[in-house]
Design a protein around this ligand. Structure first.
Ligand SMILES: [Zn+2]
Length: 378
């Protein structure tokens, strides 16, 4: 577990509240039975040493009874939702549904398709699909470090699925995928570069990276390596000329002649085999449009395979601090109402800790509300 210790992830798990460490379905459901317990968990994560108003820094707040998981600052009356900035931002789904979905996606070794989530959560397919997509967007750690040490790299072709027709791998189009995996020595749990052409025996795989590339050109391959592998690393490749043209790496090509690739580069071939089996088993083939988010999902789960039960926090977006994504981001379309000014005929009144309160000035001109501004719409 050198690798896990070095990254500090299980350590975080041990420090966290027992809720996050719940493993079984029963334990999980006991830990997060309702909206209140989920909200308390989020509150604890967001404000570990008590509420702090993001507007004025005030420390006193009251829970807003009419709006779940929202707190109103007693100094400046600003209302703050504890889901703001997470994957659950402005969602109408109950928090336990989100938590359960994240738990399922994080702990199931093969992940969950939207169809499987639909059955598990009792929601519509469209809801399940959007939920899965939003959670999948959290499956890339913005702070992640490039691979290092000894790294096997290779390319593969995977069939992709088009339309809703029954998926036939033989008749489908292909996507080029490039992958890299760290090769770790079992006895020291560290990477040990060896002399060129030496065999790497008794090793295991470390972290991986995968990406779809538009072709097998040198430019595509080199861009991937530079973005994902730290300079100075030893690259074990199939001897493709694109790799040796890369500056700043130690090259150890495995020119194998007629030998099968999985003999010379066993770890990356195992990763590709698992990825193909997963994409067919869970998704019945990947679609070209969302292929990157599916590859990210596979990488996320592979890199956390020894401590899956804690990765659901990262999935919920609690840990990452990323910008929430909307349906329109995911569908890759423009929100038709984007930039439109929603005109309110009467000022909105909302229930606050101190009674009903109007937004803005009590009497005045009609307020223009910008729909993309958080907190200005329902
Ligand atoms: Zn305040």
């Amino acid at each position: 577990m050198w690798y896990a210790r070095r990254r500090g992830l299980p350590g975080e798990a041990a420090k966290g509240p027992p809720l996050a460490r719940a493993r079984s379905l029963t334990e999980f459901q006991q830990a997060f039975p309702d909206e209140g317990r989920c909200a308390a968990f989020l509150f604890e994560r967001r404000w570990p040493s008590g509420f702090v108003c993001p507007a004025c820094g005030g420390k006193r707040a009251a829970a807003v009874k009419s709006r779940a998981s929202t707190y109103e600052c007693l100094e400046c009356s600003r209302q703050t939702s504890i889901t703001a900035g997470t994957a659950m931002h402005r969602s109408k789904l109950p928090l336990p549904t989100w938590f359960w979905a994240a738990h399922l996606m994080a702990t199931h070794s093969n992940g969950m398709s939207a169809r499987q989530l639909e059955d598990q959560l009792g929601v519509t397919y469209k809801t399940a699909w959007l939920l899965a997509q939003k959670l999948r967007r959290s499956m890339i750690d913005p702070m992640r470090e490039p691979l290092e040490g000894v790294v096997e790299i290779d390319q593969a072709e995977i069939p992709f699925r088009e339309g809703d027709a029954f998926f036939e791998p033989g008749a489908a189009g292909k996507i080029f995928v490039i992958g890299a995996v760290e090769v770790i020595d079992r006895d020291t749990n560290q990477a040990k570069p060896r002399r060129k052409h030496a065999k790497y025996l008794d090793t295991r795989s470390g972290r991986i990276r995968l990406a779809a590339i538009k072709d097998n050109s040198a430019a595509s391959i080199q861009a991937f390596v530079q973005a994902n592998v730290k300079a100075g690393a030893t690259l074990l490749t199939d001897g493709h000329a694109s790799y040796s043209a890369l500056r700043g790496y130690r090259h150890d090509p495995r020119v194998v002649g007629k030998m099968a690739g999985h003999v010379a580069l066993p770890w990356i071939h195992r990763v590709f085999a698992l990825m193909k089996r997963w994409s067919l088993g869970t998704y019945h083939g990947l679609r070209r449009k969302h292929v990157d988010s599916y590859l990210n999902e596979f990488v996320f789960r592979y890199n956390r395979r020894f401590y899956r039960h804690v990765s659901f926090e990262a999935l919920l977006g609690i840990a990452s601090g990323r910008r929430p994504v909307s349906y329109w981001d995911i569908a890759g379309r423009e929100n038709p109402r984007k930039g439109e000014i929603a005109v309110r005929k009467t000022p909105r009144r909302r229930k606050t800790a101190a009674g009903m309160r109007r937004d803005g000035a009590p009497i005045g001109p009609v307020h223009g509300l910008h729909i993309d501004e958080p907190g200005t719409t329902g």
